[in-house]
Design a protein around this ligand. Sequence first.
Ligand SMILES: Cc1ncc(COP(=O)(O)O)c(C=O)c1O
Length: 380
Amino acid sequence: MSTHRKRELRTRLIHPPRHARVATGDIVDPIHMTTTFERAADGGYPGGFHYTRDGNPNCRGLETCLADIEHGKSAAVFASGTAATMAVFQALPTGSHVLAAIDAYHGTLRQLRTLVPRLGIEVEFADAADGAGFADRIRPATRLLWVETPSNPLLKICDIRALASAAERHGALLACDNTFATPVLQNPLRHGANLVVHSATKYLGGHSDVTAGAVITREDDATWQRIRAYQSGAGAILPPFECWLLLRSLRTLACRVEAQSATAQAVAQFLAADPRVRATYYPGLADSAESAIARRQMASGGAMISFCVASRKAAMEVAAATELFTRATSLGGVESLIEHRASIEGPDTRTPQELLRLSIGLEHRDDLIADLDQALAAAD
Ligand SMILES: Cc1ncc(COP(=O)(O)O)c(C=O)c1O
């Protein structure tokens, strides 16, 4: 690859570094469905791999591509976003204090409440959108700040650069869940974060057919070595077929996300202007302090929108009346989804009962807006 100039993201997604060019000249790498690799007569491993749990060409190819597109040093892929998140907490020393954003994916919050304290780690939650207030809670024992921006499902924004500086001043790390923004719209490592986490199940996979996760690091430091050691020691890997599927999907990541985000902007504007909608949460909308931060660190508002209607009953009726939006959890696929978040999050949810979350797919914007219009009318 040319060393003169870093190529654009779209190009790098189509031409990721390849590790195992095959003699037949395949344009697409084959799937290396092998658990083990032959040793040479001298006992060495000429291909650089010895056992798939510790590395496989498909896995290596995917990790190299993810590190490249997030502007990181290295990446590690896992069997889900949840497993990737846990790997970060597993790498912290016992006695650590973790300061976590209270606005985050409810599964991450549950992990932080139930599993992480069992590692001898103290967890404290606060509002990361209030940057100074959040940073004020950093203590001598704080090893990690955990944020998600935009957050699931309220699309709250926090200032990655400001929090990265605060973490650094106190000798802590900043980890950012970049699932909603994707590397196409936001690169937290370039804003000073130390670690990025993805639920690759969402936009990176993009077709609602792969469950996977990833951690990407800015530095090959001691924390990264512990994440890698945990991945190998706990057997927390992503199998070759899933790695291959993800690399295939990544080729279209930029085109998909840019188109989905442009459609979401139009849908959010429609919702924000509609009197049947009480509130619309979308980073590309309001002229608030948060949207100024979003404009600084994101290329556009992304493809996730949440909105509130008059009541829980009305929300259920809207979700029941959509024809193009499928009622299902998850996000980031080519098909649009609608979800009543509070009922999937359960009794400890902080999400308003009258809130619906949309994952905008690749359908035409006019059809999506017409579908929401008729569903809002049906619930009126
Ligand atoms: C922002 C965010 N992070 C992490 C996860 C967990 O990912 P997975 O479902 O792949 O375990 C999700 C899942 O919805 C999510 O929305």
